[in-house]
Design a protein around this ligand. Structure first.
Ligand code: ADP
Ligand code: MG
Length: 370
């Protein structure tokens, strides 16, 4: 089911008594079968947007620009939440504590009016299948208090899917769980999404989660959509500085450019930029380390901290010419080749850098330098 939002804005509070604009007027097209991540810092309007899609919150009425929400061909703008065919998962599992796992998953079905309610045999079969999908069939008779957080959230997922929703909405569904369980639940969600063929919108403030799970990510800040793109495009071609900084660690190099060379203390870097002050931004993986400077880059640094993290090593770099330490991520092979130790003096060599001249302009990125 595709979702089409037009002119959706939201202001909380009443005029004269302190109003706050949670969403600026925005349009959003979500394709049939997509898994969309709404990503942004706290307060950027993610939950508000999700609740408007759900019908739990009404968008502002603007006389000049009417707002609308379509699910496929269906205009649901004025449809009650219970008639929108939506499944919900929230951060706090919100399970019924006095009901067994089975009854929690069955709840939406048993609560249907008699005419729409499947037979008890069919309800049993459907719940059974959902519990198999989230691999909880052996725990059907337990109560929520007897489950781990991750298991409870799997029950929430199964419960949300019992009514075969067209659209699944999730608000920070894994936020309260520890890293390992969160990882596992992401795979669950991706798997269920692909198998059952619904359209999902999930809210997160975790960049990694959004990039890993989403077909496309909607990056939000201050009630605005900053960029909508696939994780790859978002990471490689951020639309502006906000997106660039929000999506990962950033190192800064500030200096003065004269005759094609940027200088900062005893650091030098050849750049193709106009005369004057400039600030360059670099991702940790865009910094190479070596024992010698190159003709283009003379950036002496001292290693101040080392942390192996998964497939790479995170190295902290300091220098007199740096206002704040840099973070470089390097491959284990390079780490060993250079025999990197704390206190060691090396040279940083940018593979690439980025620059954002003004808000909302496309980035300038250097040609690859090595
Ligand atoms: P997010 O989910 O991205 O953290 P929200 O959508 O919850 O952001 O909030 C967006 C803005 O709207 C925030 O400034 C928040 O304080 C405000 N807001 C959210 N809900 C309400 C409410 N019920 N009443 C008043 N202000 C609200
Ligand atoms: Mg929220």
């Amino acid at each position: 089911m595709s979702i089409r939002l037009k002119n959706i804005a939201k202001t909380y509070g009443k005029a004269g008594r302190g109003v706050s604009r949670a969403l600026e007027p925005l349009d959003l097209d979500i394709h049939e079968g997509e898994l969309i991540g709404l990503l942004g810092p706290s307060g950027s309007g993610k939950t508000t947007l999700l609740r408007i899609i759900a019908g739990l919150e009404a968008a502002d009425t603007m006389s000049d620009r009417p707002s609308s929400i379509h699910f496929g061909d269906r205009d649901v703008t004025h449809l009650h939440v219970r008639d929108r065919r939506i499944g919900f998962v929230f951060q706090h599992y919100a399970l019924f504590m006095h009901m067994s796992v089975f009854d929690n998953v069955a709840f939406g079905l048993t609560a249907l009016p008699r005419k729409q309610r499947p037979s008890s045999g069919e309800i049993r079969a459907r719940v059974q299948r959902l519990l198999e999908m989230v691999q909880l069939e052996s725990l059907a008779n337990r109560y929520p208090a007897q489950l781990s957080g991750g298991q409870q959230q799997r029950v929430s997922l199964a419960r949300a899917l019992a009514l075969r929703p067209d659209v699944l909405l999730l608000d920070e569904p894994f936020g309260a769980l520890d890293a390992k369980v969160r990882q596992e639940l992401r795979r669950w969600l991706r798997h269920l999404h692909d198998e059952l063929n619904f359209t999902s919108v999930f809210v997160t403030h975790d960049q990694e989660e959004a990039l890993e799970l989403s077909d496309r990510v909607v990056v939000m800040s201050n009630g605005r959509i900053e960029q909508i793109d696939s994780p790859e495009v978002l990471y490689r071609s951020p639309a502006n500085r906000f997106v660039f900084e929000f999506l990962g660690d950033v190192n800064r190099l500030e200096g003065h450019v004269h005759d094609g060379t940027l200088t900062c203390g005893d650091a030098r870097l050849d750049v193709d930029l106009d005369e004057g002050s400039h600030e360059l931004l670099l991702r940790p993986h865009e910094i190479k380390l070596d024992e010698h400077p190159t003709e283009l880059a003379h950036l002496p640094v001292t290693i101040t901290a080392i942390a192996p993290v998964g497939a790479e090593v995170r190295v902290e770099l300091e220098a007199d010419w740096l206002a704040e330490p840099w973070l470089a991520t390097i491959r284990h092979a390079d780490f060993e080749r250079l025999r990197i130790k704390r206190g060691q003096r090396l040279y940083a060599i940018p593979r690439q850098w980025h620059q954002f001249p003004a808000a909302n302009q496309r980035s300038i990125a250097s040609e690859t330098m090595s």
